[in-house]
Design a protein around this ligand. Structure first.
Ligand SMILES: [Zn+2]
Length: 263
């Protein structure tokens, strides 16, 4: 049994692939470790002026969710030589100043050492003469501590094992909400890569079974093959998220084995 990966679809910020011959534990470990990758996000905001309709707390929360990217190698603030005070080795300073009437966008931030990924992201609307002035500090963190440090979505579902006998009827095509059932060369087929095991077609079969269907249909989840979807928020590519997840998992296990050796 060897692990294999087959690409299903790939976009700039989203990939979908099939992994064969793993198990739930490994699939879950990979999914969870994605939330242990270090990601840069605004952590503290100091408001000098805020006349906007949003309160300081709500606006600060919004700013925390602005995806930031950096090429510089930062360290974690808590583990830095500055002892958590925040220095150029562990944090990025951002400034924002605006006077209404205007919409304040993410691109209005003045920042060095980091890049605003979605520049046209609206932050707040200012009415005439309303002012906003603030200084923020971005640091590295993990998604398991706060969702703003999350690199994206990583999720999976089991590959569907489709067992059927006889010819599937055309009426199943309309029943499938994911349009995974199609007619090919006169035969009705279920595409396992589009199926999410909702069993709408199986239910239709069960209902028909009472009136003696001329076919059988069973869909069950595989325990070894999984369809993974990785959608990035822009800080890392989906591939980088996966590679970093595997590296982090490896690091965690290494640390564990070192500790076990000490026993
Ligand atoms: Zn520092």
């Amino acid at each position: 049994m060897t692990i294999s990966i087959q690409k299903i679809s790939k976009q700039e910020n989203k990939i979908k692939f099939l992994v064969k011959e793993i198990n739930y534990s490994l699939a879950n470990a990979l999914r969870r470790t994605a939330q242990e990758i270090l990601i840069l996000a605004i952590d503290t905001v100091e408001f000098y002026k805020n006349d906007s309709a949003l309160s300081d707390e709500i606006l600060a929360h919004r700013l925390g969710l602005v995806p930031l990217k950096t090429d510089k190698s930062f360290g974690e603030k808590d583990k830095c030589s500055c002892k958590g005070k925040g220095c150029i080795k562990c944090s990025v300073a951002l400034k924002l100043k605006a006077i209404g009437p205007c919409t304040v966008y993410a691109k209005d931030f003045k920042v060095r050492g980091a890049e605003i990924i979605y520049k046209e992201m609206p932050l707040v609307i200012l009415a005439k003469d309303q002012q906003l002035e603030l200084a923020a500090q971005a640091i590295l963190g993990k998604g398991k501590e706060h969702a703003k440090f999350s690199p994206g979505l990583v999720f999976y579902n089991s590959y569907p094992i489709i067992e059927s006998k006889g010819e599937l009827p055309k009426e199943l095509i309309k029943i499938c909400p994911l349009k995974a059932i199609k007619e090919e060369k006169g035969k009705v087929k279920i595409d396992p890569l589009k199926c999410d095991l909702c069993e709408a077609c199986v239910e239709e079969y069960r209902n028909k079974e009472k009136t003696k269907a001329k076919y059988t249909l069973k869909i069950s989840p595989s325990e070894t093959d999984f369809i993974f979807t990785v959608e990035s928020w822009g800080q890392l590519s989906p591939k980088e998220i996966l590679i970093d997840s595997v590296k982090t998992l490896d690091k965690n296990l290494n640390n564990l084995s070192k500790q076990i050796n000490k026993i």
